[in-house]
Design a protein around this ligand. Structure first.
Ligand SMILES: Nc1ncnc2c1ncn2[C@@H]1O[C@H](COP(=O)(O)OP(=O)(O)O)[C@@H](O)[C@H]1O
Ligand SMILES: [Mg+2]
Length: 223
């Protein structure tokens, strides 16, 4: 039995130590994940590992437990939801006594083109320097959402008003940028539909799902 099957079979009411021991019996030791699995990436508060060539397992660094726990609670809201533009979450467990969380998600891919498109491209929006992705996200919600304009229309205005002065240092494939922004925004709306207000949308938190050929948000809250 694979670890994921085991995790799914675990009753939520069993004690933390019971679950941890059961996992150990299947070769999964939450205390030694670092040594046992390939790292896919890391952020400020967490590390993400590859599990059974199929899943990504996110766990916390030994930092602020309150923040870590709160983030895991948000991921819980995604379990069983098959959103198009938000990572599919399979399992979340919060081990209070060990100050450890594990979040098992589908395995997604980094997209180099996306990273490049949104890497150092900064624009000035509302007197602040912002990356294109963040600037558009703000522009859309603050300025245009109320006016019920179509996404493509908003992008056109964004291009004219915000990108205009920056086009010399920002060369981009317009169709691709539009496609990514559209999918990111659909993901943000999916998150809102389960009560999560995303506030950490940037290039490292958007990944690609080769199966559905969609971009997905993997991380959404900054503390
Ligand atoms: N589902 C996933 N599949 C593959 N890699 C992932 C997945 N989720 C996260 N990663 C990688 O791990 C990095 C850190 O994950 P993230 O959730 O952003 O952590 P943090 O909350 O610390 O920023 C990401 O930037 C990405 O490179
Ligand atoms: Mg992140």
């Amino acid at each position: 039995m694979g670890i994921i099957k085991l995790l799914e079979d675990i009753e939520p009411l069993q004690s933390e130590d019971f679950i941890i021991n059961k996992m150990k019996n299947y070769g999964f030791d939450i205390q030694s994940i670092d040594a046992d699995y390939d790292k896919l990436g890391s952020g400020f508060f967490s590390k993400v590992y590859k599990l059974e060539d199929k899943y990504a397992l996110k766990t916390n660094k030994p930092l602020n437990w309150y923040i870590v726990k709160n983030e895991a609670e948000q991921y819980k809201k995604l379990v069983g939801k098959n959103f198009d533009n938000v990572v599919n979450v399979k399992y979340v467990n919060i081990f209070n006594s060990h100050k450890k969380v594990i979040i098992v998600m589908e395995l997604l891919k980094k997209d180099e083109e996306l990273k490049q498109l949104f890497s150092d491209a900064n624009v000035i929006f509302q007197n602040e320097k912002r990356t294109v992705l963040r600037a558009f996200t703000r522009f859309y919600h603050k300025v245009y959402k109320r006016k019920q304009k179509l996404f493509n229309e908003v992008f056109k205005i964004f291009k004219q008003q915000i990108l205009k002065g920056h086009l010399n240092d920002y060369t981009y494939d317009e169709d691709k940028v539009l496609l990514i922004l559209q999918q990111v925004h659909s993901g943000m709306n999916e998150l809102r539909s389960v009560g999560i207000e995303p506030n950490d949308i940037h290039k490292n938190n958007i990944m690609f799902d080769p199966e559905t050929e969609q971009y997905k948000i993997v991380d959404f809250i900054s503390q």
